[in-house]
Write a protein that binds this ligand. Structure first.
Ligand SMILES: Nc1nc2c(ncn2[C@@H]2O[C@H](COP(=O)(O)OP(=O)(O)O)[C@@H](O)[C@H]2O)c(=O)[nH]1
Ligand SMILES: [Mg+2]
Length: 349
C-alpha cells in the first residue's frame, strides 16, 4: 500500500486548500506538503515525490511548520497556503516567544496512562491547546492492560464535554486498529503527553517505525518509499503522524478561547450570571455558585478553570512583552544597518 504513488488527497489536500488557488497557480504551480523545516529550505511531499524547496526572499524558517501546504515552482516555495489548524507553543526559557509547532493537524492524541501519571489539570490544559488550535483532541489512556481503566476513563470524560476517550494497550497489536478511524487517508494526527505515557510506542504501532532505532520496518529498503521524513510519518492506515520535538508537553498561552471550550459548562453558566463581570465568588445571582450548591458543578473544576485562566493570562502577557522587545530590537537592527549602509556609501564617494 505504502509504495503506491501518493495523491494530493493522500497527502491531506482538500477543498479548503484548493479554494485558495487561482487558475494561474493551478496550472503552473505544484502543491507540496512540508515534511521538514530546515534553516533555509523545506522538504515537501508532492504527488511526484519529495522536493527540496528554498524559501522566497522575504520568508524564514519560522514562517513554516511541518504539515504546511505550500505552492512550489521549480525548486522554490512561491507561497504558503492558509492553515486549517495551527499549533503554537510558548518557547521555554526566559525568552518568552511564540513558536510554531505544526500545521494542519486534524486530530491531537493526548496521551496519559492508567496509573499515577494520570493528571486531570494537565489533560484539561492539553485539550485547551487543541481547541485553541482548531484541532480535535482525543484522549488516549495507555497502559489499560496494567490496571482497571474504567475509573480513569470516567475521569478523563469529565475533562471536556463530548470528548472521545480511548483506553488501550499501546504495546498490543490491537492498538493501531483502535485508532484507525482517525489515521486514515488524508488525515493528520499528532501525539502530545508526558514522557513515559506511550507516545513512542504508539508512533511505532501507527506507523511501523521503531523510534528507538530510527529503523523503518516497512519495505522501503528498495528506496521507492521515500515518504517517511523525520517529522512527518506515514501511518499504516494511510494518514500522517507529525512528530516534532516541539510536540511534547506545552504550556498554554493565548488560549482563552480554547480554555472556554474545555470548560464550556462553566462558560455557559457564567453567561447567565446576573452581573456580566461576575467573579463567581459569592456575588448575588451567580449561576456558577448556584450550580455548585445544587451539586451540578464540582467546585474543584471551577478552581482548575481559574488556575488555567491565570496561567494563560500570565504567559500571554510575557509573550506579548517578548514580541514588543523583538520589535524594538529589529527596529534597532534596521537603523544600525541603514546607518552602516550610509557610512559605507560616503566612504565610497
Ligand atoms: N504495558 C504497557 N506498557 C506500555 C504501554 N504504553 C507504553 N508502555 C511502556 O511504557 C514505557 C514508555 O513508553 P514510551 O512509548 O517510550 O513513552 P513516551 O515517553 O511517551 O514516548 C515503555 O517501556 C513502553 O513499552 C501500554 O499501553 N501498556
Ligand atoms: Mg518517546
Amino acid at each position: 500500500m505504502t509504495n503506491d504513488p501518493l495523491s494530493l488527497r493522500d497527502l491531506g489536500w482538500s477543498n479548503y486548500f484548493l479554494s485558495q488557488l487561482d487558475l494561474d497557480e493551478l496550472e503552473s504551480q505544484t502543491p507540496a506538503r512540508v515534511s521538514e523545516v530546515m534553516r533555509d529550505r523545506v522538504t515537501a511531499l508532492t504527488e511526484a515525490g519529495p522536493l527540496s524547496l528554498v524559501f522566497p526572499g522575504d520568508a524564514s524558517a519560522g514562517d513554516y511548520a511541518v504539515g504546511d501546504w505550500v505552492l512550489a515552482e521549480g525548486s522554490r516555495v512561491v507561497r504558503r497556503l492558509d492553515r486549517k489548524t495551527e499549533m503554537t507553543r510558548r518557547a521555554s526559557g526566559p525568552e518568552a516567544r511564540a513558536q510554531l509547532i505544526a500545521a494542519n493537524i486534524d486530530t491531537l492524541f493526548v496521551t496519559t496512562s492508567c496509573n499515577d501519571d494520570f493528571n486531570l489539570p494537565r489533560l484539561e490544559r492539553a485539550l485547551a491547546l487543541a481547541y485553541e488550535a482548531g484541532v480535535e483532541p482525543v484522549i488516549l489512556l495507555t497502559k489499560a492492560d496494567l490496571a482497571d481503566p474504567d475509573p480513569y476513563v470516567e475521569q478523563a470524560r469529565s475533562a471536556a464535554r463530548d470528548i472521545e476517550v480511548i483506553a488501550l494497550n499501546a504495546k498490543s497489536d490491537a492498538a493501531a486498529a483502535q485508532l484507525t478511524h482517525h489515521c486514515g487517508p488524508g488525515k493528520t494526527v499528532a501525539l502530545i503527553g508526558m514522557s513515559g505515557t506511550g507516545k513512542s510506542t504508539l508512533t511505532n504501532a501507527l506507523c511501523g517505525i521503531d523510534t528507538a532505532t530510527g529503523a523503518i520496518r516497512e519495505d522501503d529498503a528498495r528506496g521507492r518509499h521515500t515518504t517517511t521524513a523525520r517529522a512527518l510519518h506515514r501511518c499504516l492506515a494511510g494518514g500522517w503522524l507529525i512528530d516534532t520535538p516541539g510536540m511534547r508537553e506545552m504550556g498554554v498561552f493565548d488560549a482563552a478561547m480554547g480554555i472556554d471550550a474545555v470548560f464550556s459548562e462553566i462558560t455557559e453558566l457564567a453567561e447567565t450570571c446576573r452581573f456580566r463581570d461576575c467573579a463567581h465568588e459569592g456575588e448575588p445571582g451567580c449561576a456558577v455558585q448556584a450550580a455548585i450548591a445544587a451539586g451540578d458543578l464540582d467546585p474543584a473544576r471551577l478552581t482548575r478553570w481559574r488556575k488555567l485562566k491565570a496561567e494563560d493570562r500570565q504567559a500571554s502577557a510575557s509573550v506579548a512583552e517578548g514580541r514588543a522587545r523583538d520589535k524594538r530590537l529589529s527596529r534597532h537592527y534596521n537603523r544600525t544597518q541603514a546607518a552602516g549602509r550610509r557610512s559605507k556609501t560616503s566612504d565610497d564617494v
